[in-house]
Design a protein around this ligand. Structure first.
Ligand code: SF4
Length: 234
């Protein structure tokens, strides 16, 4: 009788162990399947047209090197993220269509130009992000004011770009006087300066830290995130 009981218990334990092993194997194969699916989705995603928008970032600066009036195209990068945030309440621009973010990822990850180190915490702190946004918007406002002064005839056109808001670099070969009203050219020089300066800052932090460190304090990113939050809270 006792032997019978023991063999019953043994066979019960055996079948439970088998069951556990089976479910473990099933779980492993599920994880494997999910991984393969993810890789497939990533591959499909990589082939989409918008994954090549990093090229646009390079083309933009190249065009501005030959003709500064192309700098106006930079307004696309200012307006489209706002349109996405205001009308769709999402950050799809950042996630999919931002050429600059893609360029940092490309250079940092694929070309191994980034040390890949974690950035110091203050870089992504609220205070720094909003402070930088305020500074950036002040500089943007100043650029508009300079354009206004030229339009009003109070000052002359300055055929130069300003790097890091301080270093003046002659850029006169990119513009022939009289091609357009001077204020249009002044705005181009100003916008190109802003775009180039922010990209250079992004490249520096990309090298020092992770590829897309710039995105953690990018004024457009901060602004669109703020808009999305306001929309979400309604
Ligand atoms: S945070 Fe700025 S640079 Fe980064 S993806 Fe968004 S808009 Fe582009």
């Amino acid at each position: 009788m006792k032997e019978k009981m023991e063999s019953k218990i043994e066979s019960k334990i055996e079948s439970e162990v088998k069951l556990e092993l089976k479910s473990e194997i099933e779980l492993k194969s599920e994880i494997e399947k999910t991984k393969i699916n993810k890789q497939k989705i990533n591959k499909r995603e990589k082939r989409k047209w918008y994954t090549y928008l990093w090229i646009w970032s390079i083309v933009y600066f190249a065009l501005g090197f030959f003709n500064i009036l192309f700098a106006w195209l930079g307004m696309i990068d200012f307006l489209i993220p706002l349109v996405f945030a205001i009308f769709s309440g999402n950050k799809n621009f950042c996630n999919r269509y931002c050429g600059r973010g893609q360029l940092f990822r490309k250079l940092g990850n694929d070309c191994k130009c980034s040390r890949g180190k974690k950035a110091p915490g203050w870089i992504s702190s609220k205070g720094f992000r909003y402070g930088f946004l305020a500074f950036f918007m002040t500089m943007f406002g100043n650029m508009i004011y300079q354009t206004y002064l030229v339009a009003a005839g109070a000052t002359g056109l300055r055929e130069a770009i300003k790097l890091f808001w301080t270093i003046r670099v002659p850029w006169g070969w990119t513009y022939t006087s009289g091609m357009t009203p001077d204020w249009i050219a002044q705005f181009s020089f100003g916008l190109y300066s802003l775009m180039l300066t922010s990209t250079l800052i992004g490249l520096v932090v990309m090298v020092l830290y992770r590829p897309r460190t710039w995105c953690s304090f990018c004024p457009m990113g901060t602004m669109t995130q703020g808009i999305c939050r306001i929309k979400d809270s309604r």
